[in-house]
Design a binder for this molecule. Structure first.
Ligand code: PLP
Length: 349
């Protein structure tokens, strides 16, 4: 059977395809050997991101997952414990990497839509004695993906940051959607970044690049990251082809994230009016909309399948929960159509 044509793709902001202008930037990229430090486009991208985040250095990696896994390995020793929200990507979507690669385990806190408090983190820090694992790192996710694209406020991050300092713990930010948080809150990226030792941003989510992520921190941290990058096979050659897309996206695809946020909120407002769908539009702070369909008499899987028949893709997480994510390949009209098609499916039962 031929694959169903998808006209409106709301499954994830990873589904964006490079624009013509981005493809031109890729085609014209100045390149060299990245492993040797001789790829000018990759070097420019790393310098640009380090500057944006107010950190000493940065490194280009194939994925956000590799940024997270390497950061854990550099900050922690095997047997250490990491404090993070229970919904975090580290725990749920990295194939057990924290245990398999860094040899750490994660104490998952029960935060509010993916955001925990400094008090919760304080209560989770272990006694320093030989019976307990050593707590070595606190990790936060900006925005909190499974939390619904929630933005960590600067005040919340600062509170967690000073707690960590007080206890001699390292701090890491999974900034897959950091720039969504920046655009939604108006807080400069460097201010968010100042609250943590290391952080990264993803080029292949809302920024619309085909591949890549950039991890930043102190020079000493990045020197160690490079050993892991080499070890895991993440060191590249003419990666300027990819970095050029990242530079293009930082110039052209950041402020427009506000459109994605407006479209996500619009989608939530529209589907809130459909009987049987439960959604809280005020919780839609960025580009992610979670909604519950258990009141419709249909399962999320059924609805997802029927949406695909109509050329609309929205993810089903379990029988009740669905997730729609906006991005640069979906405009306001697309979101309106998706909401209408979803409403029709639910009403026809
Ligand atoms: C997508 C995502 C990642 C992983 O990034 P990849 O580039 O897909 O490996 C990590 N954390 C969060 C919160 C994400 O949404």
């Amino acid at each position: 059977m031929a694959a169903q044509r998808i006209d409106i793709e709301l499954y994830s902001d990873t589904r964006t395809r490079p624009t013509q202008a981005m493809r031109s930037a890729i085609a014209e990229a100045d390149v060299g050997d990245e492993q040797a430090g001789e790829d000018p486009s990759t070097n420019a991208l790393c310098a640009r991101v380090a500057d944006l985040l107010g950190k000493e250095a940065a490194v280009f990696l194939p994925s956000g997952t590799m940024c997270n896994e390497i950061a854990l390995a550099v900050h922690c020793r095997p047997g250490d414990e990491v404090i993070a929200d229970r919904t975090c990507h580290l725990t749920n979507f990295e194939g057990g990497g924290p245990a398999a690669l860094a040899g750490v385990f994660i104490q998952g806190l029960d935060g509010e839509r993916g955001v925990f408090t400094a008090d919760q983190a304080a209560a989770a820090i272990r006694w320093r004695d030989r019976y307990a694992p050593r707590t070595s790192l606190i990790s936060v996710e900006q925005t909190a993906n499974l939390g619904g694209g929630t933005v960590w406020s600067l005040a919340a991050l600062e509170a967690v940051g000073s707690l960590a300092k007080e206890h001699g713990l390292a701090t890491h930010m999974d900034g897959a959607r950091l720039l969504n948080a920046v655009v939604a809150s108006g807080v400069p990226a460097a201010d968010f970044a100042a609250t943590v030792d290391s952080l990264w941003l993803d080029l292949s989510k809302g920024l619309g690049c085909p591949v890549g992520a950039v991890l930043a921190g102190s020079q000493a941290f990045i020197d160690e990251v490079w050993r892991w990058k080499q070890r895991l096979g993440g060191a590249m050659r003419q990666s300027g082809i990819l970095a050029a897309a990242g530079l293009y996206a930082l110039d052209n695809h950041v402020t427009r994230l506000a459109d994605d946020h407006a479209n996500a909120r619009l989608f939530a407002d529209l589907i809130a009016a459909v009987d049987g769908i439960s959604v809280t539009p005020e919780h839609v702070e960025t580009n992610i909309v979670y909604f519950d369909v258990s009141g419709t008499g249909l399962t999320a899987f059924d609805i997802a399948e029927r949406l695909v028949e109509k050329g609309v893709r929205i993810g089903a997480f379990d029988a009740a929960l669905m997730r729609a994510v906006t991005h640069l390949d979906v405009d306001e009209e697309g979101v309106r159509i998706a909401a209408e098609v979803l409403g029709d499916i639910v009403r026809s039962g």
